[in-house]
Write a protein that binds this ligand. Structure first.
Ligand code: IPM
Ligand code: MG
Length: 369
């Protein structure tokens, strides 16, 4: 009998529900095929949760996430909530979820499908065959550092401040993930920091060098973040795995996404540490946002969401074979010339969100015939 996996679905705001819907259909296909059984729960996060409960995330939802085998999240935020109090804005719900589940390791692969080489704003020869993995620290750094705030000064001016902070343990924990993934890939790890200006990231660099001793077969390099941003658009192929801080990873992953043609193509996995029984908390979400301008119109690209689900199968359920099949299916629908609006180029066929989902499922059917 197929394994039963408990998934918490958090569609969120904007295009979140539409793209999650396409994953639900892929899940249904897997169940029909007898590959797995899902027990799905659904809850609110972000703006939709604010509308219903006045907060972007409820403790009940954190509980559900902890007891689920994995969480699938769409996206959160939108202009509708621009004026809510800062500590209950939609994004705060996502950050709290990451923190509460201890999801310190954020894996953001940027892979260029050959068929999309012309959708990138970069030259074809620069990005053809690109396959890099950004490992972003996700529960520390300036996103969470204290003290933080905005205060009013005696002269009536204001002073805003945030704190960039990492401990050795935090650096080692994410560093090891970077080294281990480099071992499984092409053996190269580039650690990105701003060691020429920020003491905290100077210490980051020293600690990464320290754990490098445990991974003699990985070729380690260091790069300053400004240079890394430039290199990602100049010659992204030089990278294999990049490991970096929370904020630098946020920025570099958006830059890397454009190399792949669209933010609508980038999946991500956020992982906690393994417990004694070999389980860990995990959340899978696309890197893209809620795209409120096209929400509800069937124009969203569901592929980053579908690819995030493939990452779930790979990292949470060890179902590499089905994950491979889903990735191949995405590739084959692109090869057929189907495109959502964000990746549309001349001569291709522009399709809706659900038509893209249909095509992925048809491609899966073909693989499993
Ligand atoms: C991301 C997003 C989030 C982040 C926002 C929505 C809080 O940009 O996942 O990259 O900054 O981490
Ligand atoms: Mg971001």
């Amino acid at each position: 009998m197929a394994a039963i996996k408990k998934i918490l679905m958090l569609p969120g705001d904007g295009i979140g529900p539409e793209v999650v819907e396409e994953v639900r259909r892929v899940m249904g296909w897997m169940e029909k095929r007898g590959l797995i059984s899902f027990e799905l729960e659904e809850d609110l996060i972000g703006g939709s949760c604010i509308d219903e409960y006045g907060v972007p995330l409820r403790s009940e939802t954190i509980g559900l996430a902890k007891s689920a085998d994995a969480v699938l999240l769409g996206a959160v935020g939108g202009p509708k909530w621009d004026n809510v109090a800062f500590d209950v804005r939609p994004e705060a719900g996502l950050l709290e979820m990451r923190k509460e589940l201890g999801l310190f390791a954020n894996l953001r692969p940027a892979v260029v499908f050959d068929a999309l080489a012309d959708s990138s704003s970069l030259k074809r020869e620069v990005i053809l065959g690109l396959n890099i993995l950004i490992v972003r620290e996700l529960t520390g750094g300036i996103y969470f550092g204290e003290p933080r705030g905005v205060e009013t000064l005696p002269d009536g001016g204001r002073r805003g401040y945030n704190t960039l902070v990492y401990t050795t343990d935090e650096v080692h924990r994410i560093g090891r993930v970077g080294f281990e993934l480099a071992l499984k890939r092409n053996g190269r790890l580039c650690s990105v920091d701003k060691a020429n200006v920020l003491e905290c990231t100077r210490m980051w660099r020293e600690e990464i060098n320290r754990i490098a001793e445990d991974f003699p077969s990985v070729e380690l390099s260091h790069m300053l973040v400004d240079n890394a941003a430039m290199q990602i658009v100049r010659d992204p192929q030089q990278f294999d795995v990049i490991v970096t801080t929370n904020m630098f990873g946020d920025i570099l992953s958006d830059a890397a996404s454009m190399a792949t043609g669209s933010l609508g193509m980038l999946p991500s996995a956020s992982l906690g540490s393994l417990d004694n029984s070999g389980n860990r908390n995990a959340l899978y979400e696309p890197v893209h946002g809620t795209a409120p301008d096209i929400a509800g119109q069937g124009k969203a690209n569901p592929l980053a969401m579908v690819l995030s689900f493939a990452m779930m199968l790979r990292y949470s359920f060890n179902m590499d074979e089905v994950a491979d099949s889903i990735e191949h299916s995405v590739e084959s629908v692109l090869n057929l010339g189907l495109r959502t609006r964000d990746i549309m180029t001349e001569g291709k066929t522009c399709v809706s969100t659900s038509a893209m989902g249909d095509a992925v499922i048809a491609a899966l059917e073909k693989l499993y015939k």
